[in-house]
Design a protein around this ligand. Structure first.
Ligand code: ADP
Ligand code: MG
Length: 141
């Protein structure tokens, strides 16, 4: 497990952008999509992280939170939010299996612990912990 400490929103964004650059090199080289499971309380920074990651990937369009629509697509980046879903079936119903099979795709899932049973083995888990007004611990495993 790798842990990072950020002191404000900007530092979280910087971390996400650095990661995006690293991860972009893996695109297409994996067997399936790269799936990221984001876990952490409301306001911990999950959406902020994904927005910055998308910018780091070169996506120009501004990401908005998919809390009410379950999923948003920006080219090959998919942004899902499981906050309001009842169970994994809601996610399977929107073509999730096909999305995670395409090795070109990057799939980011907020509240991913709720659909753990349908996530691939190689899911990259990112934990967000609030430790102060602006301090966060972000861990990768
Ligand atoms: P989530 O998607 O986890 O509910 P958001 O990214 O929507 O969280 O919101 C995070 C909030 O916390 C934003 O208002 C942001 O400005 C604030 N914030 C303060 N410090 C940080 C930090 N270190 N990293 C990320 N966000 C931070
Ligand atoms: Mg969010």
């Amino acid at each position: 497990m790798e842990q990072f400490f950020t002191r404000n929103k900007k530092e979280t964004e910087k971390l996400a952008k650095i990661l995006a650059k690293e991860i972009l090199r893996m695109r297409g080289k994996t067997k399936n999509a790269l799936v990221f499971g984001l876990v952490g309380n409301l306001g911990a920074g999950k959406t902020t992280f994904i927005q910055a990651f998308a910018r780091g990937m070169g996506i120009k369009k501004r990401l908005t939170s998919p809390t009410f629509v379950l999923m948003k697509k920006y080219g090959n980046l998919y942004h899902l939010d499981c906050y309001r879903i009842k169970n994994s079936r809601d996610i399977l119903a929107i073509g999730f299996k096909e999305i995670i099979c395409n090795p070109q795709n990057f799939v980011f899932i907020e509240w991913a612990e709720k659909i753990k049973r349908i996530l691939p083995q190689g899911t990259i888990w990112i934990g967000f912990k609030i430790i102060g007004k602006k301090e966060r611990i972000i861990s990768f495993s």
